[in-house]
Write a protein that binds this ligand. Structure first.
Ligand code: ADP
Length: 357
């Protein structure tokens, strides 16, 4: 507020002071010049007695001094403008390390700070884009190379039935990975393009969670995991389809990263203005180095592709959570399991929606 006021009052004052200084400079220089010319006898003092000649001399002197002063002042100004134009040209050509160091006047200092911030942001976006393209190409290429390789091996008539089945299974698995990559990239780009949450409705979050667990039930059975569920009939006001992706991703990870006979659990509770969803497992856990990166696109702690997935799930989960005005946290230690705590504002509920506790 004070800064804005200072800017509003300060800018015209600064400009007026500048004009005043230029005027003063012209008048003083003209005065000193005329004094010196008369003192050294170049000009006769008598000419000043004729008001017309005096006016003419003063106008001419002001014109000469003013022109010289303007040339110097505008050269300085143009030099600053030139450095600004050069910097924008370098930035437009893709050099995001370009920075401006204009010190004065204050407007140029501000312009320079804003320009540097813009270059910073653009550099960050470019880095993200390059990273995304590199990662995507890598994730895309790996299964294709594998499918091609095994398809070529399958042409060999001498293969036994077991070998043939094994290679076909790999091809099926890799095709599934490709399909899931395409779906995830599409889902991510959809939620990333969204600025506000659309298609909100009121629905029973507990019921939805139960359906997700049912969907993954065969995998839970297959690994003989023990499952602890503390599910409540809370009503949520949000995008049902997107939240379904959140639950499926978190449950899928818990199952995937927990060894056979392990334990996983899901619980829900109300804490003040928030609705809390906790997904727990006693699986492999995440190392402290990897923990800050798990929500990054394409990040996988183990990138050897022994576990299915492409490292996009948690990026999608976080984006959807943020779109709902919530947050997600992960606590984990290697060998001790992992806990994801997801908070959604209880205000996402419709005022009329019944809440069961
Ligand atoms: P994906 O599961 O497809 O690899 P995600 O974005 O869902 O990708 O997860 C990113 C990474 O975070 C995983 O590769 C894994 O290393 C780690 N991670 C996520 N959930 C868990 C979990 N429950 N237990 C251990 N590690 C996990």
């Amino acid at each position: 507020m004070i800064r804005k006021l200072r800017e509003r009052v300060g800018n015209p004052l600064y400009f007026s002071a500048g004009v005043f200084v230029i005027f003063l400079y012209i008048v003083l220089t003209t005065g000193v010049l005329l004094y010196l010319l008369t003192a050294f006898g170049v000009l006769n003092i008598a000419v000043f007695q004729d008001i017309r000649i005096l006016t003419l001399i003063i106008v001419l002197a002001c014109l000469i001094v003013g022109t010289v002063a303007s040339i110097f002042a505008s050269r300085q100004m143009l030099r600053t403008m030139r450095s600004f134009i050069d910097a924008t040209e370098r930035l437009a050509a893709g050099d995001f390390s370009t920075r401006l160091e204009l010190k004065k006047p204050p407007e140029f200092k501000l312009l320079s700070a804003n320009f540097n911030r813009m270059a910073d942001e653009l550099g960050g976006i470019e880095l993200l884009r390059t990273d995304f393209v590199n990662n995507f190409s890598h994730e895309f290429r790996t299964p294709i190379v594998s499918i091609k390789g095994f398809a070529e091996i399958l042409k060999d008539d001498a293969l036994s039935k077991e070998e043939r089945d094994e290679y076909l299974d790999i091809i099926i698995e890799e095709s599934t990975r490709l399909a899931s990559l395409a779906t995830n990239v599409l889902n991510l780009s959809k939620v990333e393009a969204q600025r506000i949450l659309t298609d909100r409705e009121s629905f029973n979050a507990g019921e939805q969670l139960r359906q997700c667990i049912l969907l993954l039930h065969s995998r839970i059975e297959q690994k003989q995991l023990s499952f602890q569920a503390n599910i409540k009939e809370y009503m949520l006001y949000g995008n049902k389809e997107l939240l379904n992706q959140v639950w499926l991703n978190l449950l899928d990870n818990a199952i995937k990263f927990t060894p056979e006979h392990g334990e996983i659990g899901v619980s829900m509770r109300h804490t003040g203005d928030w609705m809390e969803f906790i997904f727990q497992d006693n699986g492999a856990g995440i190392s402290p180095d990897a923990l800050p990166r798990i929500f990054d696109k394409f990040y996988q702690q183990d990138d050897t592709h022994t576990a299915s997935g492409n490292g996009l799930g948690l990026s999608i989960v976080r984006k959807i959570t943020e779109l709902h005005g919530g947050s997600i946290r992960c606590d984990s230690a290697p060998g001790e399991g992992t806990t994801f705590t997801l908070l959604l504002p209880a205000s996402t509920q419709l005022p009329s929606a019944p809440v069961s506790r």
